[in-house]
Design a protein around this ligand. Structure first.
Ligand SMILES: Cc1cc2nc3c(=O)[nH]c(=O)nc-3n(C[C@H](O)[C@H](O)[C@H](O)COP(=O)(O)O)c2cc1C
Length: 201
């Protein structure tokens, strides 16, 4: 699919059919997910791919009530594939202590260096690659944040890794767009002139 079409087609899906996703499609999506940029080429973003029904149901539990209130179906529970995106701060901190990095950052304190935690920037890049790769497969993707401690316990995610949220992959339900009464759906994309400052702010 043309890149511009993939970007235009990507919208957060909030209703999925129960049709499974081919394992080869998941592999292709994950192969693209690992190709994002990473600060210092640290590559501290890892993923847990969950397809087992019982685990997905457990992951979806806290979202069910929330979605009922927002007028959406329990789309976390519906999605046949959950990809939990995890960021590992320690990998970055130790990478930036290597000699090549120390040479250029010797006057920068750890506090200053990590004011913008690169691991979350990189996890966001990986998330976007998953969403776009999914659309490129002719599938639909969503994303939900939250539930760090719960995801860690359920999926045995190590202490050093922080789950930033769950990318949901599946086939979009034909009636999906009827769930347009949610606050986020009523908002308009801000015009280019509002968000792009030319030469200075
Ligand atoms: C970090 C992040 C967290 C999000 N969390 C949720 C969520 O918990 N539930 C949800 O329905 N959508 C969630 N979204 C989706 C946004 O609501 C959505 O991207 C936004 O409304 C713009 O719509 P679009 O992505 O379809 O263009 C999240 C998006 C991001 C980037």
């Amino acid at each position: 699919m043309d890149f511009v079409d993939v970007v235009a087609k990507r919208r957060m899906a909030r209703s999925f059919t129960d049709e499974p996703v081919a394992p080869e499609a998941i592999e292709r999506i994950m192969d693209i997910a690992r190709r994002g940029p990473s600060a210092g080429y640290s590559q501290g973003v890892e993923f847990v791919v969950v397809t087992e029904e019982a685990t997905r149901a457990e992951i979806a539990k806290p979202f069910a009530a929330m979605h009922q209130k927002s007028g959406h179906p329990n789309f976390v529970g519906q999605a046949p594939v959950h990809i939990v995106i995890c960021a590992n701060a320690e990998i970055y901190k130790s990478r930036y202590k290597e000699p090549d990095k120390m040479r250029v950052r010797k006057d920068i304190s750890d506090d200053d260096l990590w004011r913008i935690p690169y691991w979350y920037t990189d996890a966001g890049c990986a998330m976007m690659l998953i969403l776009l790769a999914t659309v490129n497969e002719g599938l639909a993707a969503g994303f939900v944040g939250g539930g760090i401690g719960r995801l860690r316990r359920l999926l045995d995610i190590p202490e050093d890794d922080t789950p930033i949220g769950i990318a949901l992959i599946g086939h979009e339900a034909p009636d999906a767009r009827q769930y347009g009464d949610v606050s986020a759906d009523k908002r308009q994309r801000r015009p280019l002139a509002d968000v792009v400052h030319r030469e200075r702010w």
